[in-house]
Design a protein. Sequence first.
Length: 239
Amino acid sequence: MSALLGVARFMAGVAVCLIFAVLAILSIPFDRGTGRLFHRVSRTWAIVTLFVTGVRVHVTGLDRLRHDRAYIYVSNHASLFDIPVVFAGIPDDIRVIYKKELEKIPVFGWGLKMGAYISIDRGHGPRAARSLEEAIRKMRQGASLLLYAEGTRTMDGRLQPFKRGAFHLANRSGVPVVPLTINGTYSILRKHSLRIRPGTAHLVLGDPIEPSGATGREAELVLMDAVHRVIVKDYIDQT
């Protein structure tokens, strides 16, 4: 019975996602190119999704943020619930950098493609470079970014090796990085599963880390190591 309820919660979440994807698309003509209305709709989607699936969010570290500046939130990635818990838990104007393949998903993918978020084609260097320039432009307009340090979801609940992309962007832009640790979402919805288990997701925000101003591989690795240490300290192994 619990497995059936878990699948029913998943289907309810899909229904909410489709409804809000349509609403997000409809909001685009009224957004005036800022993306703020699109994100407000997305944040409402996150809150409703968590409500219907029985997921709660507990956040620590919001007092470390300033409301007058943009950040690059760099987090671990454990579940499809990572985005809704971040949107619901952090009251910031956040843009997501997502894999271009997600645009193939009917309705949901159309909303991503047409909306305020940024796709990255990891198999095409020039397109990926243009995506990074777009990300920098949005941050200069006041928006924050969310990137996953590992690049993809964990299969076993353990942290995976970090990739340098988020730290390259931080050094290029000069925007401070906020280490963001997400605990609890792996057990709520695991990769390749359709069963949602209600529970509490915990977000832990570290102190913002200012890029050194240097560029190149060595500077990226230094910043990556600093963020990795914070996330490792706050991470709860979810195996």
